[in-house]
Ligand binder design. Structure first.
Ligand code: IPE
Length: 283
């Protein structure tokens, strides 16, 4: 084997390593917090997930939601409507305090279980201008390349037009996939996946796999999910985020975090209870 040949193989390997696609994993607030009780952490659930994520082989960025550490106070002070009065500042301070606590709990649990988890505060590196977002992802990129697993979260974002807004973890992912080489986005939440109504039996059925084309043809009205109807709205909103995320990734996975063994199967590339949406246009 000639030296040039060996060099070529080496260069290919280096290139492949350099171009390694990452996974983005979103841990929904519904899974690590009790959404109906202010600032309640589901410690056991977080521990089980951390153990699972410690075995993740691919490089990844982990995004966690807010659950009752964010939404409760955000609603109380109408943070989602933007700035209207000075009193809202108190709300934002409280959310910052609570979210720091949640991020610290998530990061600590991951580190304890062997993940090189390093947190970044989303609103410190992302801003919304009139015409789009400005952001500074270089620290996250460098940390990732050094072997850290960056942790980010949904946050109260400062915006040019309205002062501030709620920026969900899903919206953050939508931005990240445009600027990182992301192979898969995995949403860990408290639902099994995507449910579609069977037109004949009218029963809701979990769809295990579908393509972006199938997905495009899915009528939002047909979408449903297993248990509580009041969160259906959340799932509908998510569909739009997923559609846009799929423009930049090859796969989106929806899996129920209350069954960590399903995550093991996702990690090992085996069949699992959940939904995989494949972008058939990606190579
Ligand atoms: C919301 O983030 C952020 C705040 C309310 C500060 P997410 O919308 O991603 O949180 P979950 O996953 O729905 O709880």
């Amino acid at each position: 084997m000639g030296l040039m040949h060996i060099l070529r193989i080496y260069l290919k390997l280096v290139l492949r390593l350099k171009n390694e696609q990452i996974d983005i994993i979103k841990i929904g607030g519904s899974i690590i917090t009790n959404k109906s009780e202010y600032r309640t952490l589901r410690k056991k659930q977080l521990l089980l997930l951390s153990k699972e994520l410690a075995k993740w082989e691919k490089k990844c960025i982990i995004i966690h939601g807010a659950g009752s550490f964010g939404h409760t106070v955000a609603n109380q002070y109408s943070i989602h409507l933007g700035f209207s009065n000075q009193n809202q500042l108190k709300g934002i301070l409280q959310i910052r305090k609570d979210m720091l606590e949640l991020t610290e709990a998530v990061t600590h649990s991951l580190v304890e279980n062997g993940v090189n988890a390093l947190s970044f505060q989303t609103s410190a590196i992302v801003f919304e201008n009139e015409g789009g977002f400005s952001f500074h992802f270089n620290p996250v990129k460098k940390a990732l390349s050094l072997g850290f697993c960056p942790i980010l979260s949904g946050d109260v974002l400062f915006t040019e037009a309205k002062g501030f807004r709620i920026f969900s973890g899903d919206a953050l992912i939508r931005l990240l996939v445009q600027h990182f080489d992301v192979g898969r986005v995995i949403f860990i939440s408290d639902v099994d996946g995507l449910f579609l109504q069977d037109p004949e039996t009218k029963e809701d059925k979990l769809v295990s796999s579908l393509t972006t084309n199938d997905f495009e043809n899915v009528e939002i009205g047909e979408l449903n999910q297993d248990d509580s109807k009041d969160v259906t709205g959340e799932m509908r909103g998510k569909i739009e985020e997923i559609k846009s995320i799929l423009e930049h990734t090859s796969e989106v996975i929806l899996v129920n975090g209350f069954h960590p063994e399903r995550l093991t199967l996702v990690r090992e590339g085996d069949k699992f209870v959940g939904t995989t949406i494949i972008n058939e246009n990606s190579t």
